[in-house]
Write a protein that binds this ligand. Structure first.
Ligand code: PEP
Length: 253
């Protein structure tokens, strides 16, 4: 039985004051209203990692995550943040390969392989994103593309290591668009990803890996999406910026 995970991707939003309020409101709602053992992750902008982590204190249900890290160990890379730095802050998770990073910052499979390796080397858990753009879905190439994305950046890992990865399937056409994949579309793709993992690592390993759905998850659709057998929770953008909405998404898990 895989644990449900709901991660909020705050992207480049909020002042520090707003971020503190958001985190504290969600934390309160979770404490009062959320039963069961869903794991919650706030993937916040770099400058807020430490303040929000400190605010969470020894909260065992909610952790912080970063939204990216450098592929380099350290050195003259102005503006970058290393996996070792994140580890030294006590940050357990890092999103890698988000479609916005792939699209606006040219992140490709080779780069994401390096980022995955360095994150794992420093003991971080990557939340590895994959997903197809609209034209690929429309030409029915979505399964092949997503399998390729997973394979190219993750299949060099051994079985014990790939178990440490969280995969997020995020169809690009559903991100920030208000268009959500139907529960059936999400389940179908998650099953394809799990089957692909099983073909390389065996069913037991594939069954142990969390696969999150991302793409316009909200309070109204979370429950149906998260009820799919291969959907282990969500990576949530817009709806994670509103405390009541995000609390309802978490309750959907
Ligand atoms: C995301 O960017 O990871 C995401 C899923 O965004 P949204 O929920 O806003 O579609």
């Amino acid at each position: 039985m895989r644990q449900k995970i709901v991660a909020g991707n705050w992207k480049m939003n909020k002042t520090l004051e707003e971020a503190n309020i958001l985190a504290s409101e969600i934390t309160g709602m979770v404490a009062d209203e959320v039963k069961g053992d869903v794991k919650i992750i706030f993937c916040v902008p770099f400058p807020y990692l430490l303040p929000i982590k400190n605010q969470l204190g020894n909260n065992t249900r909610i952790s912080v995550g970063a939204q990216n890290c450098s592929e380099h160990e350290s050195g003259a890379y102005t503006g970058e943040t290393s996996a070792a730095m994140l580890k030294s802050l006590g940050v357990p998770y890092v999103i890698l390969g988000h479609s916005e990073r792939r699209q606006y910052f040219g992140e490709d499979a080779a780069l994401l392989t390096k980022k995955t390796d360095i994150a794992l080397k420093h003991g971080l858990t990557p939340i590895f994103c994959c997903g197809e753009p609209l034209e690929v879905r429309e030409s029915n190439g979505h399964e092949a593309l997503v399998k390729k994305q997973v394979e190219e950046s993750l299949f060099h890992l051994d079985a014990d290591t790939i178990k440490k990865i969280i995969i997020a399937y995020e169809p690009v056409w559903a991100i920030g668009t208000g268009k959500t994949a139907s529960a059936q579309q999400a389940q179908d793709m998650h099953a394809v990803i799990r089957k692909h993992l099983a073909s390389k690592y065996g069913q037991a390993v594939a069954d142990s890996i969390a696969i999150l759905y991302g793409g316009s998850v909200n309070a109204a659709n979370a429950k149906e999406l998260f009820a799919c057998p291969d959907v282990d929770g969500g990576l949530v953008g817009g709806a994670s910026l509103k405390s009541r909405e995000f609390a309802e998404v978490i309750k959907g898990a």
